[in-house]
Design a protein around this ligand. Structure first.
Ligand code: SF4
Length: 401
């Protein structure tokens, strides 16, 4: 597996696969053909179906220029990954270069045929939690010590940067009112929830407020941290900063909790997928919840087995969760789902902490089941907005423009 730094990317929302990935691909392509007079970009599969709502075309044009032609081709369904793109560079009428690339989740790009598990710079020798736990037992080390043993010495500094970016998004979110971009005209709720927390001082209220703040910043195209994706960026920051400010977990422990959560996210990314277009929302909010549950179990003093159990519980009970965002925007069901999953992560950690950590189903098995479930999931529930909530008849129409 590669560094956990790859799980936490700081960038602009609303989508790691539909905004960050295409932005990165556009920048790469522009650097190869700076002499091009103009560009054409074809978007396939899920990128074509929900690209408008996720602002894929906007971000590509921001990089390649306003006269870039973008073609949405939803009927082209690449077998390598549903988020396919083809970039074409022209000098006058002459085609001077083209590049097919896939946005495979969490802002990462892969080229056609590239080994999905192959990483240019692997840092971990183990690929399964079971092997990691055995190794930690032999060496008598914690999961945090395991991460420290293999990552480079600049990890702590990077994770501080990540925490600062998460916190900044929360602060902006709880201070901002108004409506989110798009036709649905959804009212931002984070500030109202935070004001309620100031009155009632209840832990669930601050979890909801912080999660709403990050997710609403993401939906507005603000800067957030993928954890593991943009659409699921509300869960982990809510749990970490809820534990820090409400339960007074020291900041250095919160940095260590990011290591634990990153390890869990890394295992899913390596052995299954964190792309909603590939496995549905179980791979985004489900994984975020699993990461956050592991982090919370660590912050509450859980040992390695209890941490693994908390992560397993959280992912197991998100199995089968579909991705069907209304209007292709990362708003409904995404924002509310993040908030409730933050609370679920706490519940999973508390449940695991009441045990000695022994249980029947391992995290590795659930990751495998999640991958299989994603493969069996109908395409209309995998970030295409062709089914589920995205097509349900609404009882209340959004206000007219
Ligand atoms: S439903 Fe889940 S996977 Fe789909 S866009 Fe929303 S957060 Fe991402």
């Amino acid at each position: 597996m590669e560094s956990i730094k790859k799980i936490y990317l700081i960038g602009r929302g609303p989508s790691s696969s539909h905004t960050m990935g295409p932005e990165k691909a556009s920048k790469n392509f522009l650097s190869k053909y700076p002499q091009a007079s103009h560009f054409q970009v074809e978007l396939y599969g899920s990128l074509a179906l929900t690209g408008k709502g996720h602002m894929t075309d906007v971000v590509i044009k921001e990089v390649l220029g306003e006269n870039t032609e973008i073609f949405f081709l939803p009927l082209v369904e690449p077998s390598y990954h549903p988020n396919g793109m083809k970039f074409m560079a022209y000098f006058g009428a002459e085609l001077i270069g083209e590049w097919k690339v896939y946005s495979v989740g969490g802002g990462e790009l892969k080229e056609e045929g590239e080994e999905r598990k192959g990483y240019k710079a692997p840092v971990y020798p183990h690929h399964y939690m079971e092997d990691i736990l055995v190794y930690c037992k032999q060496e008598q080390i914690s999961l945090v010590e395991y991460v420290d043993r293999y990552e480079s010495s600049d990890l702590n500094a990077y994770l501080e940067e990540v925490l600062n970016a998460m916190e900044a998004a929360i602060y902006r979110g709880i201070a901002t009112e108004g409506v989110l971009p798009g036709r649905l005209k959804i009212k931002r709720k984070a500030k109202t929830f935070y004001d309620k927390y100031l009155e009632n001082h209840r832990f669930p209220t601050i979890l909801y407020a912080y999660s709403l703040a990050s997710s609403e910043e993401n939906a507005s195209g603000g800067t957030i941290v993928t954890a593991p994706t943009c659409g699921s960026c509300g869960v982990l920051p809510a749990v970490l900063f809820g534990m820090h400010y409400h339960h007074h977990s020291p900041r250095e422990n919160v940095v260590n909790a990011l290591k634990i959560a990153g390890l869990v996210g890394n295992l899913v990314k390596h052995n299954a997928s964190i792309s909603g277009a590939e496995v549905g929302c179980q791979g985004e909010v489900g994984v975020a919840c699993s990461m956050a549950a592991a982090a919370a179990a660590y912050l509450k003093g859980g040992n390695n087995s209890v941490i693994e159990y908390a992560a397993e519980i959280a992912l197991e009970h998100h199995l089968g969760m579909t991705c069907d965002p209304i209007d292709g925007m990362v708003q409904i069901p995404c924002i509310e789902r993040n908030a409730l999953s933050a609370q679920y992560a706490i519940n999973a950690s508390e449940y695991a902490l009441m045990t000695d950590g022994s249980h029947h189903i391992t995290l590795d098995s659930v990751i495998e089941v999640m991958k299989e479930t994603g493969k069996d999931m109908h395409a209309k529930y995998r970030e295409t907005s062709l089914g589920g909530l995205a097509t349900v008849k609404r009882t209340k129409e959004p206000p007219k423009e």
